[in-house]
Ligand binder design. Structure first.
Ligand SMILES: Cc1cc2nc3c(=O)[nH]c(=O)nc-3n(C[C@H](O)[C@H](O)[C@H](O)COP(=O)(O)O)c2cc1C
Length: 192
């Protein structure tokens, strides 16, 4: 059987993002475990702020493209910064667009999310590692029928947690492979 297909993206769009760095480590790990990982950057998708009128008149091609990518994958690896106690606006906006039904589709079909698995992680410059952001992300994904792996990875004081591209902080370093393996395990079993 072919490896599971995972879509990897971060909730931070900035160059030098600590969350992107964490995500890249997770994506490499998943590839080493046999998953097929597509790494994308949300900044490469020209997504306007969600607007119902825009949706009705001119559904953005970038939202359609992102939606198609979500549909094509069995699960997601998501690293999001915590912004004021929740997920980043960029991440929420992307999820909102991707969750919208296209003409003729049921509101609850949610083909981009239903039956898929997510592994979530957060890197923060603060001491709590973005825990509140991940609680919010877990709730958001659960609402749209994505199963979030119980394992999650927090990297507090993240500016000191990496040596270049390598994650060196012992606890998240131990937790990351557990989360990645769980996502692959679940995605293999949930795949239609
Ligand atoms: C608008 C804004 C709000 C933030 N709020 C929080 C917060 O609630 N908790 C936290 O731990 N860090 C917070 N931070 C700091 C982020 O942890 C820090 O900027 C981090 O580096 C962002 O992730 P990135 O490196 O992937 O861009 C906030 C940063 C911004 C820009």
């Amino acid at each position: 059987m072919a490896g599971v297909k995972l879509l990897a993206f971060a909730g931070s769009t900035r160059e030098g993002s600590l969350n992107q760095r964490l995500l890249d480590v997770a994506a490499e790990m998943a590839r080493a475990e046999g998953a097929e990982v597509t790494s994308i950057r949300l900044r490469d998708f020209d997504l306007p702020l969600y607007d119902g009128d825009l949706e009705a008149s001119a559904f953005p091609p970038a939202a359609d493209e992102l939606r198609r990518l979500f549909i094509e994958h069995d699960g997601f690896l998501i690293a999001s910064p915590e912004y004021n106690g929740s997920v980043s606006g960029a991440l929420k906006n992307a999820i909102d667009w991707v969750s919208r039904p296209r003409p003729g589709e049921s509101l609850v079909a949610l083909p981009a999310f239903r039956g898929k698995v997510a592994g979530i992680m957060s890197a923060s410059i603060g001491p709590f590692g973005g825990l509140r952001g991940l609680l919010a992300l877990r709730q958001i994904l659960g609402t749209i029928q994505t199963l979030v792996a119980t394992e999650q990875v927090l990297v507090p004081l993240a500016e000191k947690a990496f040596d270049g591209a390598e994650l060196i902080e012992p606890l998240p370093k131990q937790l990351l492979p557990l989360m990645v393996k769980r996502v692959i395990f679940l995605a293999e079993r949930l795949r239609p």
